[in-house]
Design a protein around this ligand. Sequence first.
Ligand SMILES: *[C@@H]1O[C@H](CO)[C@@H](O)[C@H](O)[C@H]1NC(C)=O
Ligand SMILES: *[C@@H]1O[C@H](CO)[C@@H](O)[C@H](O)[C@H]1NC(C)=O
Ligand SMILES: *[C@@H]1O[C@H](CO)[C@@H](O)[C@H](O)[C@H]1NC(C)=O
Length: 429
Amino acid sequence: MVTLFFFFFFLLLLLFLSSSVSSHSQPYFKLPLTANTPFISATEALIHDSLRLSSSSLTAPIVSAASSGAGHYVASLHLGTPPQLLRLVADTGSDLVWSRCSPSSRPRSSSAFFPRLSSSFSPFHCYDSSCRLVPHPHRRKGKLSCPRSRLHSPCRFLYSYSDGSASSGFFSRETLTLTSSTRPIRIPSFRFGCAFNVTADRSIHGVLGLGRGPISFPSFAALRFGNSFSYCLGDYALSPPLTSFLVIGRRNSTAALRYTPLLSNPLSPTYYYVGVVSASLNGKVLPIDPAVWALDRATGAGGVVVDSGTTLSFLPAAAYRCVVRALAKRLPRAAQLPGPAGFDLCLNASAAARIPSLAFRLRGGAEFAPPPLNYFIEAAEGVKCLALQPVAADGPGFGVIGNLMQQGFAIEFDRVAGRLGFAWTGCAE
Ligand SMILES: *[C@@H]1O[C@H](CO)[C@@H](O)[C@H](O)[C@H]1NC(C)=O
Ligand SMILES: *[C@@H]1O[C@H](CO)[C@@H](O)[C@H](O)[C@H]1NC(C)=O
Ligand SMILES: *[C@@H]1O[C@H](CO)[C@@H](O)[C@H](O)[C@H]1NC(C)=O
């Protein structure tokens, strides 16, 4: 009886200790996050986004956020022994972490990761179970076929994007150095794609996949820091660009976040879906059939994702038309100007103060109310255009809350509770 009592006492003590550890001294770490400069034009953003969202497949990787480095946010991290600094596009719309790699042992520039200069680099073996996690060039009928002839056959990966670009190389293990809330820590066996053949902008090294899949960066970091990450995307237009942070683990935020559930699409393991209930202008709900926003879990079509790798935002076509009509009606005629091709509503920047407030009511009741400059983009000197687009009929069919729309919000991807938290902070924290 006494032993039993002590056993329970001990159990309680253990529970108490573990809960106090997780709520107070849970480590987290921060990666510097900066808008890649110079910012692209509105037209370039439209071309790139349309390409990125042109794949009609929900499972094939979308166009790499790295093929145009501009219009994106770049996270910096250190990989290898001794550590090499990499600049990777922070992309919540893909899973694989990859960097351009160079076989050279005498680097003349720092535009790649140099595995020969690292004592901790090691490609996975083709037979390693981790190799099954990446798309493989020799996969036949869903099975991985490793070349039998060679004993040390590395795990090859091939990530093909819908614009015809690709990233291919060796899926590998490396040591990652992170600066946590307390001190730098070295984490061995970090999985990443070392890409020897890649189409990417030279100003960046590759992509930091932040998606929901098992090979993404947060999925890896979850083992150590808790299954949650957050960021605040600074204003592109600031010069020099604001450095904010990508925080992995639970941040002790002073901002009171509002939450909406993250929805999942059984046909798409990567994206963070949220449920949009309605859209309003100056507090007046627009007449949009709520079914327009819905995610069809049977076909995988529809829904709205939060994507840091897309610049503009994309609304279901019926919702888009309604928003454009309603905005045009409320803006002074004289201030409306013809804009570049592809933009339906542009105005003289001197009328920017008269842009009505657009807000989205999300599932669970939270309202996402971005400031007007999150949905109007500078398209020419003194001309601002609506930074929204209709979802293309031949694309993957989901709406997108792009990175411009997210600017200035602290956004938390709480993957444990399955919810997205947000609060407008101006990235001041
Ligand atoms: C979290 O924030 C609160 C209020 O700002 C502060 O009192 C507390 O010490 C912080 N905890 C940690 C672990 O930083
Ligand atoms: C590298 O990419 C180019 C263009 O996509 C392709 O033609 C070439 O075969 C690739 N090389 C290797 C080694 O995969
Ligand atoms: C915007 O309006 C101002 C006057 O309010 C005018 O001087 C300027 O030319 C207009 N800009 C454009 C691009 O039309």
